[in-house]
Ligand binder design. Structure first.
Ligand SMILES: NC(=O)c1ccc[n+]([C@@H]2O[C@H](COP(=O)([O-])OP(=O)(O)OC[C@H]3O[C@@H](n4cnc5c(N)ncnc54)[C@H](O)[C@@H]3O)[C@@H](O)[C@H]2O)c1
Length: 281
């Protein structure tokens, strides 16, 4: 019997784990950015348990494996309360023991000078930057405890929060509303995009880059392009893993999900404002 303690990208991971009838899944989350809706189909299932819990507080449960995904992942949310973000990463991780997989981030490479980034690269770090609560928090727990680390690059797909400052989650609702697409300056930066179902395939020893090595420029200009995209040689070698879903196949699935979500909110006259409003940490 396998029991898991999991959260968010989490809901897709739960779908995967529940496919195996030997698994029992315990999902702990404080819902600060996550939503119960994403787990609707498992609530009430005999092998599934949902607990409202903040990882900064102790939780005593015996499990065989822990998938530690909790942490606000969007800049709007993690910058909202930097102290809580650091605490979630550091206290939340240090309070766990056992076989742990931590979802780290490509943000640990910050503003990389090497492209693509291998796991051995230290990054070009800004310890006093506004994002440091997130990237330094994630980086600091890579030492001193036995932990497997998946360094996740940009992920997209159904069930993401709408309008929370990430390219996919902003572009699609803007396009659905007929608004102009917001491109952060300078626009020459590229990001790689990995579809969620690909993402949840890779869960073995780390740190291992998990992402799509194909870069995608926000705006194509002749200038030097700043890229953050993974070198996934290690994931291929150690996990026999590489992403399968192409951006053109994955985006329509995300769009379909966002259309449904938009309908839910459309009774509000201030739909746009409501969707753009991050919840409080
Ligand atoms: N989505 C991406 O592109 C991406 C990229 C790199 C890394 N990651 C990492 O993957 C993980 C999941 O990302 P996501 O996109 O699903 O993010 P998300 O914001 O949708 O999910 C994070 C979850 O953590 C919960 N949470 C936050 N603080 C908590 C706390 N103190 N106690 C309990 N629960 C708490 C939230 O309620 C939410 O359900 C995060 O650790 C993130 O850093 C994601």
């Amino acid at each position: 019997m396998v029991r898991e303690l999991v959260s968010c990208i989490g809901s897709h991971l739960v779908d995967k784990l529940m496919e195996n009838e030997k698994n029992e899944v315990i999902f702990a989350d404080n819902y600060v950015t996550g939503s119960k809706e994403n787990l609707e189909k498992w609530i009430g299932h005999p092998r599934f348990e949902l607990i409202r819990h903040d990882v900064r507080e102790p939780l005593l449960i015996e499990v065989d494996r822990i998938y530690h995904l909790v942490c606000p992942a969007s800049p709007i949310f993690y910058k909202y309360n930097p102290v809580k973000t650091i605490q979630t990463n550091v206290i939340g991780t240090l309070s766990m023991s056992g076989v742990i997989l931590l979802t780290s981030t490509s943000e640990v490479y910050v503003d990389p000078l090497i492209h693509p980034q291998p796991e051995s690269y230290w990054g070009n770090v800004n310890p006093i930057g506004v994002r440091s609560c997130y990237d330094e928090g994630k980086a600091s727990v890579q030492h001193g405890i036995e932990i497997r680390i998946a360094r996740i690059f940009n992920t997209y797909g159904p069930r993401m929060n709408i309008d929370v400052g990430r390219v996919g989650s902003n572009f699609i609702p803007q396009a659905l509303r007929g608004d102009a697409l917001t491109i952060q300056k300078p626009g020459t930066q590229t990001r790689s995009f990995c579809y969620l179902s690909d993402m949840v395939e890779g869960d073995d020893t780390g740190p291992i880059n998990i992402g799509n090595p194909g870069g995608f420029a926000m705006v194509e200009l002749a200038e030097t392009v700043k890229e953050r995209k993974p070198d996934i040689s290690k994931a291929k070698e150690v996990l026999s893993w590489e992403p399968m879903v192409k951006l053109r196949e994955g985006l329509p699935l995300m769009e379909e999900n966002f259309r449904l979500k938009s309908k839910l909110y459309c009774n509000e006259s201030s739909t746009k404002k409501k969707m753009a409003q991050p919840c409080k940490l």
